[in-house]
Each structure stands twice: as structure tokens, then as C-alpha cells.
Design a binder for this molecule. Structure first.
Ligand code: GLP
Length: 241
């Protein structure tokens, strides 16, 4: 595992963006696994800036997002579909038909998860997967549990995740209680993984995930077994390692 320590969030974002930039330059038809949350916003901003300068071309890139809330319309400003368009896709030249996000409005969870997993497999898997990390070690929406969930599946969000995400909704009752997410196996199949973390509140979980035992109770700890992981974190997030 490679670890880059940066001064702050902006530097973290620039470093992460430069890794994605290199991936797209080296393989213009890359399949990028993308993430939501506050961590990657700066990374997307930097990529947009480079795109606007004419330095990067996304016309052949295919994207697969990690997860989506179940039951939120795409037009809901809290859906991850909305987030990705607003923070990234609407500002670059990725083709709409190359964008893949689980469909949160498909009520049949089994059907939607099987469809999404098949889409990823048909693309030959993800070349570079961008990840954030939840305070309990979740990646995507793979919450701590007895075993590592494998493929794309429907999860019941934990109280701590609902609480953490409540800041984005009018009230806690509005936070969806379920989501569709790539599974741990889906994520581990990515050829390269780029995980980003910023802020003091991530320091404890970064230490546990990357220097503690590998356990499904800290889902991100499985990344210790992947052979191409890059962690980019700012000084605060990496302060305990
Ligand atoms: C959500 C997302 C994750 C994300 C996590 C951390 O639960 N499903 O993909 O990594 O939040 O978010 P943040 O980057 O805002 O701390």
C-alpha cells in the first residue's frame, strides 16, 4: 500500500485528482469507480478544472458509482445520481450512456443488484476505484457486520451512518434507511484502489482500518489484502499512523 500524506484537504484533492488524471491519460477508456460524500468533492473540482483547460478528456471514460440510496428519485438533490451530475458529470465530457449508478428507484432489490453487478462484469471490472471511508469503516455502504458482503446488495444503513448523513437532509426521518451498494468483492476486484480521507474525525478509523486486524466489523480493513491500494490523506486524517 502506498500512503501519501498531504497538508490539507485541498492538497489531498489535488493528489487524488492527479492519480485519476494519470489513469485516464494512460487508458482513455478507463472504467472509473466513483464515490460520493464530502471527501471526493475537491477531487472532482480539480479534475473539472483540468478538463476546462483542455488537459484531460473523459469522452471514452466509463463510470460506475459505488452506491445509491434506495427510494430516492434521481431528481432528489440528496440522491447520489444528483450529487454526481452536480459535482462532476455535468461539467465534463463523459457520455451519458457511459455513466452507471445503481437505480435507487427499482423496488426489486435483487433484480437491481444483479443488474448492476452484471454491468460491472460486462465492462471487464473497474480499473480505478475511488473510495471515501465512513467513521465506522464502511466503504461504499458496506456496513460493519459478521461477514464481508460480496456482490452488489441492498443494505440497511446503521444508525451511525444515518446520523452522519442527516446533515444533508431536512430531518433525520428524511434520511433513507436502505441503499444499494457494490459489495466488498465487487470493490476488491477493482484493479487499483484510491482511498481518500481528510480531517481529525477520520484519524481513528484510518488507524484501525489499515493497521488493525482485518475484520468485517471494519469493512475497509479488507483493503489490506488488495495489491494496489493508494491512500491519500491529509495530516489530520493520518495523524495516528
Ligand atoms: C457515505 C458514502 C460513502 C462515503 C462516506 C464518507 O456513507 N456512501 O461512499 O465514503 O459517506 O463520507 P464523507 O466523505 O462525507 O466523510
Amino acid at each position: 500500500m502506498r500512503i501519501y500524506k498531504t497538508k490539507n484537504y485541498d492538497e489531498m484533492s489535488k493528489k487524488a485528482a492527479s492519480i485519476i488524471f494519470s489513469q485516464v491519460v494512460l487508458k482513455p477508456e478507463s472504467v472509473l469507480g466513483l464515490a460520493t460524500g464530502s471527501s471526493p468533492i475537491g477531487t472532482y473540482k480539480q479534475l473539472i478544472e483540468w478538463y476546462k483547460k483542455g488537459d484531460i478528456d473523459f469522452s471514452q471514460v466509463v463510470s460506475c458509482n459505488l452506491d445509491e440510496y434506495k427510494g430516492l428519485e434521481k431528481s432528489n438533490d440528496q440522491s447520489y445520481d444528483y450529487f454526481m451530475h452536480h459535482n462532476f458529470f455535468d461539467h465534463i465530457n463523459i457520455k451519458p450512456e457511459n455513466i452507471n449508478i445503481p437505480n435507487g428507484m427499482e423496488a426489486d432489490g435483487e433484480k437491481e443488484c444483479a443488474r448492476y453487478e452484471a454491468v460491472i462484469n460486462s465492462l471487464g471490472g473497474v480499473d480505478l476505484q475511488l473510495l471515501g471511508i465512513g467513521h465506522n469503516g464502511h466503504i461504499g455502504f458496506n456496513e460493519p457486520e459478521e461477514t464481508f458482503p460480496k456482490e452488489t446488495h441492498c443494505v440497511n444503513l446503521t444508525k451511525s451512518t444515518i446520523d452522519a448523513n442527516a446533515r444533508f437532509f431536512a430531518s433525520e426521518e428524511d434520511v433513507p434507511k436502505q441503499a444499494y451498494t457494490m459489495g466488498i468483492k465487487t470493490i476488491m476486484k477493482a484493479k487499483k484502489i484510491l482511498i481518500i480521507a481528510s480531517g481529525k474525525d477520520k484519524a481513528e478509523i484510518i488507524k484501525k482500518a489499515f493497521f488493525g486486524p482485518i475484520t468485517p466489523f471494519v469493512p475497509a480493513s479488507i483493503l489490506q489484502l488488495h495489491n494496489d491500494v493508494t491512500l491519500v490523506g491529509d495530516e489530520e486524517a493520518l495523524s495516528l499512523i
